[in-house]
Ligand binder design. Structure first.
Ligand SMILES: [Zn+2]
Length: 330
């Protein structure tokens, strides 16, 4: 069995430094990230459509970062449709906002340009559920001329786009996921058709746009590796895809393929949780952090990655993808 535990770099230094006086002290300290940038966060539950005003957003987000700060998380990208959120976040270097648009909003290009130009948003977010829920609509609505005009602007600006593209086949109860078998049985296109359309009509035609597939696109490592090799502008976030419950563990056989995948493609993988910063309880009870945010950290930490690779996934790739839109001065 391969040794999958990488020591913290400090251990290596202690081994020889000071004539080896502290050699072996703290030798079980593994590599660990002290900077977690959550690339996929929500302010409220999607089925809990409350809109917050600036002071409420401040209160919710301050509390959220206080709770996740225990785990060294201090930055996030919010997927959000509301101007109030964007206006609040403009002056907060911890928070980036990707404007969550629906597929009926292709006419918003002038407003996208305004919001990008004024520092209100740092990317766009789309969810194919928006057309999957609309009777008679198909994935080709992603490829209209109006949308290609939007993507061309993203290309010119290297503006990141997060896309929830595909969908579960079966349920994933371990991570609270509901499958979509009934949906796929009711339409005349497949997950594969949807992916192919995206890769050929969107990713390959707009190569300067960083396309982030949310939830590892519900695909395994080998299939994602093929996409990464073919499409250098495609990334994934780890939400739902790399999820390990507290006190659960990965076997060595499970660690190896994920570890190899992360070693090879760290610069295409962004730590993300799909967590909700707002919790509708008048309490600081951190259950949602432990049941949702933490399993994503636990998974990636258990892979025993070298320090540099771990830091790339926990924040480096996200910073690179944001590029000139990365906020300074946190
Ligand atoms: Zn989400």
């Amino acid at each position: 069995m391969p040794n999958v535990v990488e020591p913290h770099p400090d251990n290596v230094e202690r081994w020889e430094g000071d004539n080896g006086f502290s050699r072996g002290f703290g030798m079980t300290n593994h590599s660990y990230s002290f900077d977690w940038f959550d690339s996929h966060l929500h302010l409220a539950y999607s089925h809990f459509p409350n809109r917050f005003r600036g002071p409420q957003i401040q209160e919710v987000m301050d509390r959220y970062f206080r709770l996740t700060g225990v785990y060294h998380s201090a930055r996030a990208i919010l997927m959000d449709p509301y101007l109030e959120t964007m206006e609040w976040a403009r002056s907060d270097p911890r928070v980036h906002v990707f404007w969550w648009l629906t597929w009926g909003q292709a006419d918003q290009l002038p407003e996208i340009k305004r919001r990008v130009g004024e520092g209100l948003i740092q990317g766009l977010k789309f969810h194919t559920g928006d057309f999957r829920r609309t009777r008679g609509h198909t994935h080709t609505c992603m490829g209209t001329k109006e949308w290609h005009d939007v993507y061309s602007y993203c290309d010119a600006m290297a503006l990141p786009v997060c896309l929830h593209l595909n969908q579960h086949w079966g349920d994933q109860r371990y991570a609270y996921g509901r499958g979509a078998k009934e949906f796929w049985a009711s339409v005349d296109y497949t997950n594969h058709d949807l992916l192919t359309f995206f890769l050929e009509d969107l990713a390959a035609r707009h190569r300067q746009t960083p396309w982030i597939l949310a939830h590892m696109n519900f695909m395994g490592n080998d299939a994602l590796a093929n996409i990464f090799d073919e499409h250098p502008n495609v990334y994934v976030d780890t939400s739902i895809g790399m999820f390990l419950r507290e006190y659960d563990w990965l076997t060595a056989e499970e660690v190896t393929p994920y570890r190899d995948f992360c070693l090879k493609y760290a610069d295409r993988i962004m730590f993300g949780t799909d967590a909700f910063a707002y919790h509708p309880l008048p309490t600081d009870y951190p259950g949602h952090i432990r049941n949702w945010w933490l399993p994503h950290q636990v998974f990636i930490t258990q892979l025993g990655l070298p320090q540099g690779v771990l830091d790339t996934i926990t924040h480096g790739t996200c910073e690179a993808v944001l590029g000139s839109f990365l906020k300074q001065g946190r």
